[in-house]
Design a protein around this ligand. Structure first.
Ligand code: TPP
Ligand code: MG
Length: 578
């Protein structure tokens, strides 16, 4: 053969593009690809126990490294398992390539064993999805890689088994890949319009999302210039809350503090790099928005000013055009409001927790925050772990928090942890898992063991689908189908060969976490937690909670707020005295 096989060419090109591993489960039409990995140095096969987990792992790897990550599934069922994790990757802006192997070309359309139509299956969760022939290689792969990186999303390369094993139609030619979108410099007229709006407004609030990553300093400069309180969405928390003298908390269902008030009472709300999805939490008037992706402008609220630009670039451009504000009353009022609202709830659910049985989950989260490394990666299961992470993990610009925040799929934390840990074995990776989430992809404990990954699994075992219990209560529906049998997950982990600690005594929470986190290998720390500790003030009715959720001023969840109160208190102390 003059040229390599499609599978060989594919794997070598991926390796040369910096891909270090492919997650998946072997099988039939995928075998030539896996065999090429076996024979190629510098790229490894990561055997997971469900392709869904492979796609989640790739999504997390891509999010911690910013680089392309790859997963694979065999034809038919191996493909369909990939779906959940690919939706998560696509919606999280994670550049992921999925190799979806397909039945033999000659059988397509005959109702063959395991036949699906991957080019249709993955349509909705990808930027690019094509069935590839040898004649298209290696160009098709270049396009797939560049699309995933350029659009920050998923590409699916559909490879019939005979194509994978066939000779490529073309030799491999080296070609550079561009890592992703460059910064978007906003046009001057839009910058001018933003400056005019900021100058005309007596009071301004900034509302920050994931697009403020890399723009912490600029956001602080802008807040200082216009004396604006800074609120954030969950996606902005890890980038903007730390070292922020203007912090007034988070908006949304899990929100807290003065974020809602500040965003609603300002003359001008400036949304920075946020695609915050809940329109009913936004004032729907007097709003300006900055986003590098023009598609996001105005899709949650009507706008007075729209700027297509990177947050940092836009702020740098607008700052020289601003008249500095001098009246601090709005800002200081919001900082006070924020600190007071946190003081009220700070101890609410962490009082006498050393003696509360079952263990109070917020107590576990608060201790975990305290003991985890300064650069830990936390992966967070959809469910109440999202609430504990939003409330108790203290961001510092180096820690990462990865969850299925946009797709909202259960069971994401453990496979996300696998990908984050493989990206850097020396970094502390903590999976905050629910018992429902862990049970759903429990086979991934075997993956942790197989690859000797030092993942620390902190399991909140409340023997229930707790988040849904809360939803039913909020909706006034009788709780149904939410409880599990009491299960000893630590015994299961030990059966797999993973170290485990099971904690039922609240007095042992801290030392058990310290012990588990300090062990070199994988550890499951199982906390038997209170399913009824749902972070709802006890005297409140479902009707009131519903009202809270809609008016959002206090949010539905009235639980504690961890160390955020310390930041709020410090910011109050820093208000200049006249
Ligand atoms: C795949 C999937 N199925 C169902 C849901 C709906 N759902 C959201 S949270 C949740 C419960 C999660 O239970 P668990 O992992 O035990 O966490 P807890 O809320 O109890 O802490 C469910 C069923 C979902 N988000 N994803
Ligand atoms: Mg649970």
């Amino acid at each position: 053969m003059a040229n390599p096989t499609v599978a060989e060419q594919l794997i070598r090109m991926l390796r040369d593009a910096g891909v270090e591993r492919v997650y998946g489960v072997v099988g039939d039409s995928l075998n030539p690809v896996v065999d090429a990995i076996r024979r190629t140095d510098g790229i490894e096969w990561v055997h997971v126990h469900n392709e869904e987990a492979g796609a989640f792992a790739a999504a997390a790897e891509a999010q911690v490294t910013g680089r392309l990550a790859v997963c694979a599934g065999s034809c038919g069922p191996g493909n369909t398992h990939l779906l959940q994790g690919l939706y998560d990757a696509q919606r999280s802006g994670a550049p992921v390539l999925a190799i979806a192997s397909h039945i033999q070309t000659a059988e397509i359309g005959t109702g063959f064993f395991q036949e699906t139509h991957p080019e249709r299956t993955f349509q909705d969760c990808s930027e690019w999805c094509e069935v590839v022939t040898p004649a298209q290689m290696p160009r098709a792969l270049r396009v797939a890689i560049q699309t995933a990186l350029g659009r920050r999303g998923v590409s699916v390369l559909v490879l019939p088994g005979d194509v994978a094993g066939a000779e490529s139609g073309n030799p491999t030619v080296p070609s550079v890949v561009a890592p992703g979108p460059s910064r978007v410099v906003p046009p001057p007229d839009q910058v001018r319009a933003l400056a005019d709006a900021l100058n005309a407004a007596r009071t301004v609030t900034l509302f920050c999302g994931a697009g403020t990553r890399d723009a912490h300093a600029e956001v602080m400069q802008l807040a200082e210039a216009v004396l604006a309180p800074v609120a954030h969405a969950l996606g902005g928390k890890e980038w903007i809350q730390h070292d922020n003298p203007y912090d007034v908390g988070m908006s949304g269902l899990l929100g807290y503090g003065a974020a809602h008030k500040a965003t609603h009472e300002a003359d001008l709300l400036l949304m920075l790099g946020t695609d915050f999805p809940y329109a009913n939490f936004l004032p729907q008037r007097r709003t300006a928005q900055v986003d590098a992706d023009p598609v996001r402008l105005g899709r949650r609220t009507p706008l007075e000013v729209a700027v297509v630009g990177d947050v940092g670039e836009t702020i740098r451009a607008v700052l020289p055009l601003l008249e500095r504000k001098t009246d601090r009353r709005f800002l200081d009022g919001m900082l006070r409001e924020h600190a007071e609202s946190l003081e009220k709830v700070v101890g609410a659910y962490t009082r006498q927790v050393e003696t509360m049985r079952p263990i109070h989950p917020e107590w576990v989260a608060a201790q975990l925050d305290d003991l985890a490394a300064d650069d830990a990666v936390f992966t967070v299961d959809t469910g109440m772990c999202n609430v504990w992470a939003a409330r108790y993990l203290t961001p510092n610009g180096r820690r990462r928090v990865i969850g299925s925040f946009r797709h909202g799929s259960m069971a994401n934390a453990l496979p996300h942890a696998i990908g984050a840990q493989l990206a850097d074995r020396s970094r502390q990776v903590v999976s905050m898992s629910g018992d429902g989430g862990l049970a759903m992809l429990m086979g991934e404990l075997l993956t942790v063991r197989l690859h000797r990954l030092p993942v620390k699994i902190v399991l909140f075992n409340n023997a229930s689908l707790g988040m849904v219990k809360l939803e039913m209560m909020v909706d006034g529906i009788v709780e149904f189908g939410t409880d599990h049998e009491a299960t000893d997950f630590s015994a299961i982990a030990r059966g797999v060969g993973i170290d485990a600690i099971r904690v039922e005594d609240p007095a042992l929470v801290r030392e058990s976490l310290a012990d588990g986190l300090s062990r070199p290998g994988p550890v499951l720390m199982e906390f038997v937690t209170d399913a009824n500790a749902l972070s709802i003030p006890p005297a409140i009715t479902a009707e009131q909670i519903k009202g809270f959720a809609l008016s959002a001023s206090k949010t539905i969840l009235g639980g504690g707020v961890g160390k955020m109160v310390d930041l709020a208190r410090a910011n109050l102390r820093n208000i200049p005295r006249p």
